[in-house]
Design a protein around this ligand. Sequence first.
Ligand code: ADP
Ligand code: UDP
Length: 237
Amino acid sequence: MEKREELYRGKAKSVYKTDDADRLILLFRNDTSAFDGKRIEQLDRKGMVNNKFNAFIMQKLEAAGIPTQFDKLLADNEVLVKKLDMIPVECVVRNYAAGSLVKRLGVEEGMKLNPYTFELFLKDDAKGDPFINESHVVAFGWGTAEQLVRMKELSLKVNDVLSKLFDDAGLLLVDFKLEFGVFSDGSIVLGDEFSPDGCRLWDKDTKKKMDKDRFRQGLGDVIEAYEEVAQRLGVPL
Ligand code: ADP
Ligand code: UDP
């Protein structure tokens, strides 16, 4: 597999072409951003931890029948993935209230949501990733109604699989964000990453925050918390 030119440099990852038209390389950098990229810092080891964490989770999801981009780990910071035509919509599943939901509705952080909620946000930093609904996705052509049905079905399946996986590691999966894309065969596939950068994880007993909220809220020991989550799950680092 030959790494070719950089296609895109995001806030946390760089994307490279390869000699295979159906494959890309994602390079996980140490850059850590918050507030739609308004704050960016370098955190030692983050790229490596998130790359390996993501590979572990994607393989668990694949084993549970969820189609993912994952092909193989290439290096500490690099993974080979299926090249997807990304749908510019973030799918957010919540099991407990936190973050923007608390701000928007004024509910108490940690309130159990029964059942879980499913929300959509437009992936557009310049517009502050606005909250949207399914009719916007179809009307503006970001995705079709059929693709949305599949994205929701897969998001809820991911929630089932990962809620159990984290629960077994003594962690509450509070919420998470997924991004999907269309593969060359037309199927909807889970892309981007699943790591503590894009989800909220709280210790079941102490409710200690073990995710990117440590960075957003200046709580310190960000990567130490990510490493503890990885160690509890058995992710080889
Ligand atoms: P951002 O774009 O939010 O700053 P990143 O730094 O994580 O995010 O950049 C990674 C970019 O690569 C994102 O735009 C994401 O949508 C895109 N991407 C992730 N996985 C794939 C994939 N399998 N195929 C094509 N693009 C992908
Ligand atoms: N999230 C993300 N990228 C975004 C926005 C949200 O990964 O651009 C994740 C976030 O880490 C959390 C979940 O999606 O796990 C829900 O985020 P929320 O809507 O509460 O927004 P926040 O307050 O985190 O910006």
